[in-house]
Design a protein around this ligand. Structure first.
Ligand SMILES: *Cc1c(COP(=O)(O)O)cnc(C)c1O
Length: 232
């Protein structure tokens, strides 16, 4: 029964993704669906994988470690939660990408650990688009200088921007934040900074992913919409 629910949820989300892409004149293949698996049991994650999910997001190193070691790769695993600098080595060991890079100190430590592991770590720069004190992310006006500094680190590859705007009852209210992230991306991309690609825009969650896609999202991060409400 649960299995059916997860499968049906994913099918419905894929339809809605296609609808939003069509409205925006975009190809549906430009948009990746991430299953956000925080607080979700491994057996239920397995059901999502059977239903075709190939990208998962985790918020915490310790919780992610248990699941990633049990489930393995594929799927791809992205770190999407606030990352403490002293956990960088685990992030490099476990994750295919870190979407939550928001300060140089963290990037330098990720670089050091990636170099030791002989890999180049793909990252997104997390932007605090709503300027909320409770959220991590670099301020929009500081994003370019952070990107210029991180671009010099050879074992880090910047691939785009990520954001988590304020939550609103009405998803339309989030639209200006998504549009602002795209505009910021376009402006920084126009600078053609060496080694920096900004093709990815990771934005949009269960309540607002269709709006995010209309505004250019390439990765939508969905938890409750796939797995149901999380236990508090
Ligand atoms: C929890 C979380 C999500 C998913 O949120 P839902 O509302 O469950 O879709 C997406 N991104 C981040 C960074 C999260 O922490």
């Amino acid at each position: 029964m649960i299995e059916e629910a997860i499968r049906n949820n994913i099918a419905e989300i894929r339809e809605r993704i296609a609808g939003a892409a069509t409205r925006a004149g975009r190809q549906v293949s430009e948009i990746r669906l991430m299953a956000v698996t925080k607080k979700v049991q491994e057996s239920r994650i397995g059901q999502a994988l059977e239903a075709g999910i190939d990208l998962c997001g985790e918020n915490y190193i310790q919780e992610g470690k248990t699941k990633i070691e049990a489930i393995g790769h594929p799927p791809q695993w992205h770190m999407i939660g606030h990352l403490q600098t002293n956990k960088a080595k685990y992030a490099v060991r476990l994750f295919d990408m870190v979407q939550s890079v928001d300060r140089l100190e963290l990037a330098i430590e990720l670089e050091r650990r990636a170099r030791a592991a002989g890999r180049v770590l793909p990252v997104l720069i997390e932007v605090n688009s709503g300027g909320e004190l409770t959220k991590s992310g670099v301020a929009p006006e500081e994003a370019e200088s952070l990107i210029r500094s991180i671009a010099l680190l050879e074992n880090i590859a910047i691939e785009g921007l990520m954001t988590m705007p304020p939550w609103f009852e009405n998803p339309e209210t989030a639209r200006p934040y998504f549009a602002a992230l795209r505009t910021l991306r376009d402006r920084i991309a126009a600078e053609r900074i060496d080694r920096v690609s900004l093709r990815e825009l990771s934005m949009g969650m269960t309540d607002d992913y269709e709006v995010a896609i209309e505004e250019g999202a390439t990765i939508v991060r969905i938890g409750r919409g796939i797995f149901g409400e999380r236990k508090p």
